[in-house]
Design a protein around this ligand. Sequence first.
Ligand SMILES: Nc1nc2c(ncn2[C@@H]2O[C@H](COP(=O)(O)OP(=O)(O)OP(=O)(O)O)[C@@H](O)[C@H]2O)c(=O)[nH]1
Ligand SMILES: [Mg+2]
Length: 469
Amino acid sequence: MIDPALVRNLVGAEDTIIALATAPGRSAIAVLRMTGWKALEIAGMHVDPWPLNARKTSLCRIFESGHGQMLDQALVTVFITPDSFTGEDLVEISSHGGHYVPARILGALIASGARPALPGEFTRRAVLNGKLDITQAEAIGDLVDASSGAMHRLALGQLDGGLSRRIALLRADVVALEALIAYDIDFPEEDDGPIPRERIICAASSIIESLDALLATVPAGEVVREGAVVVIGGEPNVGKSSLFNCLVGQSRAIVTEVPGTTRDAIEGFVETDQWPLQLVDTAGLRETQDTIERIGVKVSERYLGSAHVVVACGDSKDTLDRTLGILGALSSAPVIPVRTKADLIFNRELDGKQPVEGNEPRYQPIWFSAETGEGRSQLLASIDEALGSTIGITVAEYPVLMRARHIYGIQEARNEIGHFEMAWTDEKLPAPVAAVHLRSAVISLESLIGAVSSEDVLDRVFSAFCVGK
Ligand SMILES: Nc1nc2c(ncn2[C@@H]2O[C@H](COP(=O)(O)OP(=O)(O)OP(=O)(O)O)[C@@H](O)[C@H]2O)c(=O)[nH]1
Ligand SMILES: [Mg+2]
């Protein structure tokens, strides 16, 4: 729980706040939410019939004030403290949509004493009233911002308390370690003798292992947020842009029979079963005198250098072999060989090699055709597999660290326990001094799950929220 003094000190925490919870504009309905200790009193001045049963939606008429002009017919639901999203009395009005009607209702309720809510103020109150911890509140922001299946799955897992529970368990482990040390400090001469040093080192190591396992999810979190960079590379005219368009599902990149058509990197969004991808079409790799194309090739090389996965394209065995040959120097990412224009090859067994026994290919390319769509799902599945191997986990494994705040908090805790373990092993510091590191680790972990949250942490978390959330 948050320190009650902090709640009292927050400017405006006593106000009853109101906001449009749905996006403004033309729509069938709009949802207005009002919360605070005066929410019922204010709603009572405008809603008829009144009072309403809690948590039961009723069809009501909404008036300007008292028995003034009727503004709308709306569905109204009342939630009584503490059984509401914010933990305070809360009234939810589903009015007709558009700009005018919701604005009139909003204006009427503000005239009766409600204040327009600040961005994220509803969720902030939910945190301050102990309905959500701060990590779950962040998950709400991520859920609203989710633009891929992976982000959606992770945000839901986090909202469900997955990450919070894991951090709470880690915190409990550190506190248990503190207790062991305290026993050692307070009763060094007890009958059983001091706590064996190895037992304490072992407990610290196991906590470090768990923290490292969480930190190992950072690359996965980055990929979920930003998308994995998948770069399509190859010689000019092999069908890179056609493959890009086929994966993206629209004609984004210009395709012509002229080699050197693509001059700049083009990015597109694609989702696989597991990951969001930032797919990049690049200029064909070749030596050229053309200044613009040369710059394009440099850009391609830069993208290849930062790729999570490279899709190497070739429309013949030779072009693909050459591309695979130079990619090693340009990228350390896993490379998926793709034989493009597969619809033009009539005998794949004989393609590019003599049918000599024992002359097996060094790699098995994916046969791909932008004309027929052949190989599309196989390529996406291979990208998933390659990403799983570089990132080390699948998104089905929860929790994953996605925010800088979480990474920083876990890293801080990891450093403190590391310092403690070192001091304890080397017997360099007296026990009470070494224990200070454990306390710092506990504080870092608590800052993540809101057991202690200062106002500026709350400000930072909620500044990215929208009004009404
Ligand atoms: N039949 C067939 N033709 C293809 C296929 N993919 C590409 N092409 C043709 O190959 C030519 C080059 O295709 P692009 O996609 O522009 O090739 P690119 O690798 O992006 O070329 P640059 O941008 O010049 O490097 C075009 O005439 C395409 O129509 C395919 O799967 N089947
Ligand atoms: Mg191209």
